[in-house]
Design a protein around this ligand. Structure first.
Ligand code: SIN
Length: 337
């Protein structure tokens, strides 16, 4: 045995990469980005390219999908969840990386965070610029994700998102810019850590060590519609959401989660028919608290608190799927982080 080899084998993290597509596997088409196509680089090519970076990790890959994240949905989420379950059960896997388009990464991360135990590291990573674009960020972000997924201190933190040298909790993270490379922000917390291929600094100990999944994986995700509030608005969008069979409605409201009187009245009508309503805000950042501008107690609404409409939708889907209908129990789920 060559001295040091055994130690290195013992400490080299073994990481499973689950690829779904997006810009991190995309092609720019031209320096101007015209002709962009998502999910063009296969998982084998990505693992080989990562191997050339000299990362201290044993990488293996599985392709779940090769799509832009606008097309991620129930089929891909089921495949991801079950692949991660298998990775958690496999003693030969230390951590999981999910490569994902950035547009809906926050929804996939949050769904997985709510349905997986806080065990081995699960890290979503994407890129704002394709591998062949000027100033591409994909391999840098990927190397950072390897660093995080291979770190024992990443255990017990729930699902993480790594973008642009920052590590975010799934509950906090959102995409806040369309094309800027520094596109991801956290609310109410900023990053949990800063990472580079050479360093990783956590700002606090892991808070979820030993915690089980908050929700069982659902048999199906119920239809929940987001109604986007605006000036000069009548009740028609709420009525059409109900006519489409929505089992729940999230209001992407004005400011503190408000909307015109006809919209609020129509939403109250939905609650009386057994369709839960969660008030979130179309504003980029901030809390929506109970009974501030809207009388939630009287109307039977739930306040989304720190969650934006798309994250509120995922949480409401899981609450409905698990049979929770009491507004107070729903509010408690939105109050918890
Ligand atoms: C996508 O979300 O798949 C497209 C955009 C991106 O990955 O940045």
């Amino acid at each position: 045995m060559i001295p040091g080899i055994e130690d290195q084998t013992l400490t080299t993290p073994r990481i499973t990469i689950l690829a779904t597509g997006g810009t991190i596997a995309g092609s720019a088409g031209s320096a101007l980005g015209r002709g962009y196509r998502a999910g063009q680089i296969g998982i084998d090519e990505m693992v080989a390219a990562a191997g050339e970076l000299g990362l201290v990790a044993a990488l293996s890959g599985e392709e779940i999908a090769a799509v832009g994240s606008q097309d991620i949905g129930w089929r891909e989420w089921q495949a991801l969840y079950h692949a991660i379950e298998r990775a958690f059960a496999d003693p030969a896997v230390d951590g999981v990386i999910v490569t994902h388009g950035t547009d809906t990464a926050e929804e996939t991360a949050w769904l997985l965070d709510l349905t997986l135990p806080a065990g081995k590291p699960v890290v979503l990573v994407g890129a704002m610029r394709p591998a062949d674009a000027v100033g591409s960020d994909g391999m840098r972000n990927f190397a950072n994700a390897v660093r995080v997924a291979g770190d024992p201190a990443a255990h017990g933190r729930g699902v993480l998102v790594v973008m642009g040298d920052a590590v975010f909790a799934a509950s906090d993270v959102r995409k806040a810019a369309t094309s800027n490379i520094d596109a991801f922000k956290g609310f109410p917390r900023g990053p949990l850590a800063l990472v580079s291929p050479a360093s990783l600094d956590w700002f606090a100990p892991a808070a979820k060590v030993g915690q089980g999944a908050r929700f069982a994986w659902p048999g199906v995700l119920p239809r929940v519609e987001i109604v986007y509030a605006h000036a000069d608005m009548d009740a028609a969008p709420v009525e059409s959401a109900l006519a489409m069979g929505a089992r729940g409605v999230v209001l992407a409201g004005l400011g503190q989660g408000n909307a015109s009187a006809p919209v609020l009245d129509a939403l109250e009508g939905a609650v009386t028919k057994g369709v839960p309503v969660v008030r979130a805000s179309r504003v980029d950042e901030g809390y929506v608290d109970r009974n501030v501008e809207v009388d939630d107690d009287a109307r039977g609404f739930v306040a989304a608190r720190s969650f934006n409409p798309q994250k509120a939708r995922v949480l409401l889907q899981l609450l409905i799927a698990s049979g929770v209908s009491d507004p107070a129990a729903m509010q408690a789920a939105f109050d918890r982080r």
